[in-house]
Design a protein around this ligand. Structure first.
Ligand SMILES: [Zn+2]
Length: 302
């Protein structure tokens, strides 16, 4: 049973929006594409894991905090026998480990060592269980999901599941009977209640409102060439259609995430969308889906 779904992190969404509306530096673009790729990998793993039977709790994208240290868990599977902490990696290409460094062969670029990251999360997670006075077996694993990934000189005792082993790993879990009790349920509830929404260690590019290209863009191909047709926006590039109402809400969400300090008003959203629809349309949609605050002359929405 999935208790917390997989979804895009604020970091990924912010980078995705910025990438559409401004020019990112090479380094920022690299960061952005890696986030997209990581998310793709997690989705792929979820598709493969859909067949998991028996009673298990699955919690995705958990951000926890212990003694002021934040740590992220991609996927946590609670079974009768214990807890799997899974870090899903979508690395592609040939890599090797040298002096505890994780290096891509083609570019010689050093990547964050996923095993170091997992080790840290595991220590903090065990600490958390101890603080909660809970005693469960914890098995941490890095899952390499991309079939085009190879790790040379990998020690045999690495807590890793390589692409050719993922199916076997899932089969193995499936073949282990699991019955959950109230203790497992309580554990899951406690973990969910401890989930943090903001990771203070997230590093985002600096950006301003002025830098952003205003306007509405296609939700399929990101093209700004849209035209109105009845209650839909039609993309001039890919032909994709989106309901105007949904498009406006998507833009509001984007505006709120990028500029939490700015108020959502008819005027601010009208400007953000570059006046591509009438003020009346914006007012109608904002009123319908958000709560109105302030006086008539100073109305804003949340
Ligand atoms: Zn399009």
């Amino acid at each position: 049973m999935i208790l917390k779904n997989l979804y895009e992190s604020d970091e990924l969404l912010t980078m995705r929006y910025l990438n559409t509306r401004m020019e990112l530096s090479d380094q920022e673009k690299f960061q952005y594409l890696n986030l997209e790729k990581g998310f793709e990998g997690e989705k792929k793993f979820d598709q493969m894991a859909e067949l998991l039977k028996e009673e298990r709790f699955i919690i995705n994208s958990l951000l926890l905090k212990v003694n002021n240290s934040h740590f992220q868990l991609d996927k946590l599977i609670i079974s009768q026998g214990g807890i799997h902490l899974l870090d899903i990696k979508n690395f592609q290409g040939d890599f090797y480990i040298k002096d505890n460094k994780f290096i891509a062969m083609k570019t010689d670029r050093e990547w964050k060592n996923p095993f170091d990251q997992l080790k840290r999360s595991t220590i903090l997670f065990r600490q958390l269980l101890q603080n909660l006075k809970l005693n469960y077996l914890v098995e941490p694993l890095v899952i390499f999901i991309n079939p085009e990934f190879t790790l040379y000189q990998a020690p045999m005792d690495l807590p890793a599941i390589f692409p050719t082993q993922v199916n076997g790993f899932l089969k193995n879990i499936n073949n282990t009977p699991s019955r959950l009790n109230d203790g497992h349920k309580k554990l899951a509830q406690q973990l969910l209640s401890l989930h943090q929404t903001k990771n203070p260690h997230t590093i985002l590019p600096e950006y301003t409102y002025e830098q952003q290209q205003k306007g509405m863009y296609c939700c399929f191909c990101n093209s700004f060439h849209l035209s109105k047709s009845y209650n839909e926006l039609v993309c001039g590039k890919c032909g994709g259609r989106e309901k105007i109402e949904l498009a406006i809400l998507r833009n509001v969400k984007e505006f709120q995430l990028l500029f939490p300090e700015r108020k959502v008003t008819t005027q601010s959203i009208y400007e953000w969308c570059n006046g591509e629809l009438s003020r009346r349309t914006f007012i109608r949609v904002l009123k319908k889906h958000l709560t109105v605050f302030g006086s008539t002359s100073d109305t804003y929405y949340k």
